[in-house]
Design a protein around this ligand. Structure first.
Ligand SMILES: [Zn+2]
Length: 149
């Protein structure tokens, strides 16, 4: 499986709730983790590999977390300008505003409801990936976008 890149319209579609965490979903998550690592990414949403489901994976401190049906329930602090890139937008970077800390509710691979408070880079990744699941890309809200060679 390959990473879908801009301007493929799959990236602009809102993803659907995962109703049952079955074998296919578990296999999909495994593939997502592999693809993310092979491409040196720190986050990947299911629609970036063409699956229209509300799932993303994120790496933090050498651990990969799986978020199923995630929802940010609280944004904490004042928005800050950060730099961001995306595996679906090769060679494009930009500046945009993100909250320094968020609280996210989600299900894990076993279907268990979880809540996590994340800050710093992980909070940024979470906000980026939630945008993907809503069909939004960081360039849609960037203050400035630039190309690197
Ligand atoms: Zn992205």
């Amino acid at each position: 499986m390959k990473i879908i890149t801009f301007p493929n319209k799959i990236l602009k579609e809102k993803t659907e709730e995962v109703k049952e965490i079955n074998k296919e979903v578990k296999e999909l998550v495994k593939i997502m983790k592999q693809i993310m690592q092979e491409n040196n990414g720190v986050g990947l949403a299911a629609n970036q590999i063409g699956k229209n489901l509300a799932i993303f994976v994120a790496e933090d401190k050498n651990k990969i977390h799986t978020f199923i049906n995630p929802k940010i329930v609280k944004f904490i602090g004042k928005e800050e300008i950060v730099e961001e890139g995306c595996l679906s937008l090769p060679k494009i970077w930009g500046y945009l505003k993100r909250y320094p800390e968020v609280i996210i509710e989600y299900q894990n691979l076993f279907g268990k409801k979880k809540k996590m408070r994340a800050k710093g880079l992980l909070a940024q990744i979470i906000q980026h990936e939630i945008d993907h699941l809503n069909g939004e890309l960081f360039i849609d809200k960037a203050i400035e976008v630039f190309k690197i060679e």
